[in-house]
Design a protein around this ligand. Structure first.
Ligand SMILES: Nc1nc2c(c(=O)[nH]1)N[C@H]1C(S)=C(S)[C@@H](COP(=O)(O)OP(=O)(O)OC[C@H]3O[C@@H](n4cnc5c(N)ncnc54)[C@H](O)[C@@H]3O)O[C@H]1N2
Ligand code: MOO
Length: 414
């Protein structure tokens, strides 16, 4: 059976960045830039006052304080100075306003006293040229490259784009992800399950995880275990960038998903991984789409809720990154030390829900991990309490407290 790393390599081999598109700034958060953004002007666009106070010639302030100067105008932000400062003169000036010609510093208003048309300046220290003033182009020069392709746009970077009028950046768009839950036993979360039924929790978990990975989720109606309605739901999902299906991928008589996908033209890449939970995971690529976009990446996640979470973190999230124009890499793990002895038994590498605790001085000061005594692949309750998954290799091993183990963090919304 395929290893996790081989399976991930196959997934990444079949994923490529979505064709870039221009989007309004407000929609670009979390997207990767697909172009170089250039400064459209110098910033600041003029020598700018950094303080509310008086624009002065420092040559006038070389003697003892207070110094009396004539105030020749008031320059507020958004106005343009009309008069140059000569010897013995100054202008009242506000933060963000352009410096008048002749002035080379600003004395803050707190160090002044008005005296009719004059002002008495009493700075506590000598005022040096450039004090309280930012020269034109200090932040950027027109034509400077500011951000390059592959840069992930966050709130601050979007603000930078706004400041240079780059209002429709070319980005790798967010992948649109269909979430299709299958199973006769499922009812929507707001319904009371009848005999033999359970609520559909997978769609909600996956919808949240897709959003955490900057995808756009589209939740399909629950597909019963019958060929026609299942085919209908899956075929619609093959129009989007990614199709996530939960349930119906193992060996049961009603596990119709792999066959139905094959009928719809999906090329299977792998089915089953040496992994617990998540063994029956299916991955394939849908037929090329009519508009020339590459085939949909199809993930048949096992129906057990925790298997779906693990499969998503290990394979779907890295694939979404590639589609979004970011580097494809295994999910990040940190190393944490076991807080207590732990025994792992099994022939598959396992991801066990666990709590992460603050660094412990007893264990070299690094983070500490406590596996949860969980009930297996359907136990969403334990995972809801966990910070992530501690990973253990296949085999029967007894680990001592303090053993370092890789820890896969669950994404948290901030
Ligand atoms: N003979 C074998 N049986 C099973 C194997 C196997 O290799 N051979 N693999 C087991 C493993 S491991 C897993 S994981 C499950 C996965 O099965 P399926 O992907 O076919 O999923 P289902 O059978 O449809 O459901 C499994 C389980 O999960 C519940 N479920 C399904 N969908 C949802 C949902 N949307 N929300 C909440 N819970 C859901 C479902 O009711 C089942 O209890 O197969 C093992 N069997
Ligand atoms: O691999 Mo299954 O996902 O153990 O429950």
């Amino acid at each position: 059976m395929l290893t996790v790393s081989d399976a991930l390599r196959l997934v990444l081999d079949h994923a490529s960045p979505l064709p870039p598109r221009r989007v309004p700034l407000a929609e670009a958060i979390g997207c990767a830039l697909a172009e170089t953004v250039l400064a459209d002007r110098d910033l600041p666009p003029f020598d700018k006052a950094l303080l509310d106070g008086f624009a002065v010639r420092t040559a006038d302030l070389s003697g003892p304080v207070p110094v009396a100067l004539e105030v020749i105008e008031e320059i507020t932000a958004g106005r343009v100075p009309t008069r140059a400062i000569g010897p013995g003169q100054c202008s009242a000036i506000m933060t963000g306003a352009p410096m008048p010609d002749g002035a080379d510093a600003v004395v803050m208003v707190e160090h002044s006293r008005r005296d009719g048309p004059r002002v008495l300046l009493c700075p506590p220290r000598p005022v040096l040229p450039d004090a309280g003033r930012l020269p034109r182009g200090r932040e950027m020069r027109q034509g400077d490259p500011l951000l390059g392709p592959g840069t992930r746009l966050d709130a601050v970077k979007l603000g930078l784009l706004a400041s240079v009028g780059w209002t429709n950046p070319l980005v790798s768009p967010r992948p649109v992800v269909t979430i299709a839950s299958t199973g006769d036993e499922l009812v929507p979360p707001d319904q009371v399950p009848g005999p033999g039924q359970i609520r559909n929790s997978n769609a909600t978990v996956l919808e949240g995880l897709v959003r955490c990975c900057s995808g756009v989720p589209e939740v399909a109606p629950i597909a019963p275990d019958r060929p026609d309605p299942l085919r209908e739901v899956l075929s619609r999902g093959l129009a989007n960038d990614v199709l996530l299906i939960t349930g119906g991928v193992s060996a049961g008589t009603l596990d119709l998903v792999p066959g139905t996908l094959a009928e719809l033209g999906m090329t299977p890449v792998f089915h089953k991984i040496r992994l617990k939970p998540g063994k029956p995971l299916l991955f394939g690529v849908g037929p090329a789409r009519p508009d020339g976009r590459p085939g949909t990446l199809v993930f048949g996640l096992p129906g057990n809720p925790v298997s779906g979470v693990v499969g998503f973190l290990l394979f779907v999230c890295p694939a979404l990154k590639v589609l979004r124009g970011l580097p494809g890499a295994p999910p990040e793990t940190i190393t944490a030390r076991l807080a207590q002895p732990f025994s792992h038994r099994g022939d598959r590498p396992s991801y066990v829900p666990a709590l992460l605790r603050d660094p412990s001085p007893d264990l070299d000061g690094g983070p500490v991990v406590s596996p949860i005594n969980w009930a297996g692949s359907a136990d969403l309750r334990s995972v809801a309490l966990a910070d992530g998954f501690a990973s253990f290799p296949a085999g029967d091993f007894d680990y001592e407290a303090g053993t370092p183990v890789p820890f896969l963090l669950l994404p948290r919304s901030q």
